[in-house]
Design a protein around this ligand. Structure first.
Ligand code: TYM
Length: 327
C-alpha cells in the first residue's frame, strides 16, 4: 500500500501559504493511503529559538492542523522528537551524502548567505528531511514547490543507500513530491514567497478583522495606479488568491471587473475576504472547540507517536541489520 508522509515546522503560525501549498492536500489525501504528518521540531531548532516557547508552538501547530481538517482516525499526526529514530537514520544518511550536494541546495545557499556563522544543522537539514520520509518508507510527499529540491536529494539518498546496503535494491522507495495547483503562494507584499520569517503572511486562524487589515493594503497589479486604470489579473497576487478561494464564476467575474476597471482593488479585495471567510469559518470553529478540549489534541499526538514509533522501529531493524549493526 502507498504511504504518504509530509512535515511542517512548528513556526507558531499555520498560514494560508502552508494551507494552500500543502495542508489542504494532506486533508484531501488522508485515508486514501496510510498517511503520516509530522511537526518537525528538530528542524525548527536550527535557528535561534526560545526553549520555553517551543512546546507552545508545537501545540499551536497541531491545533491548526486538526482544525484545518486532519482527522486522527484517518492519519497519524505526531511530533518528530517523539520518535527519536528520525535522528538515528539522519546520522546514517550523513555518511552516504557528499557535502557538495548539501551546499548546492538553494535553501542552504539563501539562508547561509544571510548568516555570519552557519551551523552544521542548516547544512544537514535536508538529510534529516530524507530520514523523516524514508523512516516510514513513504513514496508520496505532498508539499509546496519550495520543497521539491529537498525531495530530489531524498531520492538520491534512498537510491545510494539501497545500492550500498540493500540486496533487495528497493528497501527504501524513492519518494515523489505531490504538488497542488497553488504550489507557491506569494506574500502580501506580492514580491516574495509567503513565509512566517518574512512577516507577509495571513494566518489560518486569524480573525476577519485581522485578515482585512492585511488584505486592504496588500500589493495588487503594480501598474494599476488609479481606480479608473484597467488592471492585469495575471500579475496580481489578489487574483491568485481568488483562484484559490473563490468559486469559478466569481473568479471569471473578478477578471472581467479588473480588466474593464469596473471594480477598484478594494472592491475586489472585499469579495476575496468574503470567499476566504466561507473557507475559514469552519476551521476557526473547529479550532475553538479544540481549545476548549485540549485532551483531544494530546490524545491525537500520543496515538500518532505510538503508531509511528512502531513503524520506525521496524524500519530501523531492517537498516541496522543490513548495515552490520546488531538489529
Ligand atoms: P515548512 O514548515 O516551511 O512548510 C510546510 C509546508 O508548506 C509549504 N509552503 C508553501 N506552499 C506554497 N506557498 C507558500 N508560500 C508556502 N510556504 C510553505 C511547504 O512547501 C511545505 O510543504 N522542510 C519542510 C518541513 C519538512 C518536511 C519533511 C516536508 C521536514 N521534513 C519531510 C516534507 C517531508 C519545511 O520547512 O516546510
Amino acid at each position: 500500500m502507498a504511504r504518504i508522509f509530509s512535515g511542517i515546522q512548528p513556526s507558531g503560525e499555520l498560514h494560508i501559504g502552508n494551507y494552500l501549498g500543502a495542508v489542504k492536500n494532506w486533508v484531501a489525501l488522508q485515508g486514501t493511503a496510510e498517511s503520516f504528518f509530522c511537526i518537525v521540531d528538530y528542524h525548527a531548532i536550527i535557528a535561534a529559538y526560545e526553549p520555553s516557547q517551543l512546546r507552545q508552538r508545537r501545540r499551536e501547530m497541531a491545533l491548526g492542523l486538526l482544525a484545518a481538517g486532519l482527522d486522527p482516525e484517518r492519519c497519524s499526526l505526531f511530533v518528530q522528537s517523539d520518535v527519536p529514530d528520525h535522528t538515528e537514520l539522519a546520522w546514517i544518511f550523513n555518511t552516504v551524502t557528499p557535502v557538495g550536494e548539501l551546499e548546492r541546495q538553494t535553501q542552504f545557499k539563501d539562508k547561509s548567505a544571510r548568516q555570519e556563522s552557519v551551523n552544521a544543522g542548516l547544512l544537514n537539514y535536508p538529510i534529516l528531511q530524507a530520514a523523516d520520509i524514508l523512516l516510514y518508507r513513504a513514496d508520496t510527499v505532498p508539499v509546496g514547490e519550495d520543497q521539491v529540491q529537498h525531495l530530489e536529494l531524498s531520492r538520491v539518498i534512498a537510491r545510494r543507500w539501497n545500492a550500498q546496503f540493500a540486496a533487495d535494491a528497493d528497501f527504501f522507495p524513492e519518494p515523489r513530491p505531490l504538488l497542488t495547483p497553488t504550489r507557491r503562494i506569494m506574500g502580501l507584499d506580492g514580491s516574495s514567497k509567503m513565509s512566517k520569517s518574512t512577516g507577509n503572511t495571513i494566518g489560518l486562524l486569524e480573525t476577519p478583522e485581522e485578515i482585512w487589515a492585511k488584505l486592504r493594503p496588500a500589493m495588487t497589479d503594480p501598474a494599476r495606479l488609479r481606480k479608473t486604470d484597467p488592471g492585469n489579473p495575471d500579475v496580481c497576487n489578489i487574483y491568485t488568491l481568488h483562484k484559490a478561494f473563490s468559486s469559478p464564476d466569481t473568479v471569471a467575474h473578478v477578471a472581467q471587473q479588473c480588466t474593464t476597471a469596473g471594480w477598484g482593488c478594494v472592491d475586489c479585495k472585499k469579495v476575496l475576504a468574503g470567499s476566504m471567510e466561507t473557507e475559514l469559518v469552519p476551521i476557526r470553529t473547529r479550532a475553538a472547540s479544540l481549545r476548549a478540549n485540549p485532551a483531544l489534541l494530546d490524545d491525537a499526538l500520543a496515538s500518532g507517536a505510538e503508531k509511528c514509533r512502531a513503524i520506525a522501529k521496524e524500519t530501523m531493524r531492517g537498516v541496522r541489520e543490513r548495515m552490520g549493526f546488531t538489529a
